[in-house]
Write a protein that binds this ligand. Structure first.
Ligand code: GAR
Length: 205
């Protein structure tokens, strides 16, 4: 059973999808042992507390220097002996030094079909606004491993959805969450935990 740490900044609906998957047994190769937020008022913290999952708060206000901020996060993850880090709406870009601590053991959910509308500056509603402005007919979500390139790690799962006429960034965000993100994230987390447990990757057979 892998120990999962979920990093959040906001509403935490993806965290909720993981909590629900844990409850219904579809997420069974890992357990959420810590929810860490970089925002004191993140609603995700409330969701974690309701599910009786330990929480931690580490903010830029407490640690204005990036190195101290990240060292503190790392210390919490080590304290809870986290095997797999899941970035679920975590709105702070982690340094290559930080990422190097979790090779193939940190994953992220991004609200577009990577490599479209991703990288530095593309987060939250901005992603959907850019997609609509570009006039794409299809969008979706991607779960990928985190490496030193922002949104550049190996893709684990993607799900697409048709963009509707008259769609707003808000409506697209909601529909991508409901139809894509909440579906692929729990499945990807289970898959990665299973692979970590067996010490194998798909390529190994
Ligand atoms: C989600 O749409 C997630 O994909 C996005 O933030 C939202 C968080 O929602 N993440 C990024 O944009 C990262 N680049 P949630 O707090 O309800 O899970």
């Amino acid at each position: 059973m892998k120990r999962i740490g979920v990093l959040v900044s906001g509403g935490g609906t993806n965290l909720q999808a993981l909590i629900d998957a844990q409850k219904d047994g579809s997420l069974k190769s890992g357990r959420i042992e810590l929810v860490l937020s970089n925002k004191v008022d993140a609603f995700a913290l409330h969701r974690a507390q309701l599910a009786r999952i330990p929480t931690a708060i580490v903010t830029k206000e407490q640690y204005p220097e990036k190195e101290a901020f990240e060292q503190t996060i790392l210390a919490r993850l080590k304290e809870y002996r986290i095997d797999l880090v899941v970035l679920a709406g975590f709105m702070s870009v982690l340094s290559p030094e930080f990422v190097a601590h979790y090779p193939r053991a940190m994953i992220n959910i991004h609200p577009s079909l990577i490599p479209s509308f991703c990288g530095e500056g593309f987060y939250g509603l901005r992603v959907h606004r850019a997609a609509i402005e570009r006039g794409v007919k299809v969008s979706g979500a991607t779960v990928h491993y985190v490496n030193e390139i922002v949104d550049g790690g190996e893709i684990i799962a993607q799900k697409a959805l048709a963009v509707r006429k008259g769609e707003t960034p808000e409506s697209l965000q909601r529909r991508v969450l409901e139809n894509c993100e909440w579906a692929i994230l729990p499945r990807a987390v289970e898959k990665v935990c299973r692979e970590m447990e067996s010490g194998q990757t798909e390529e190994d057979g």
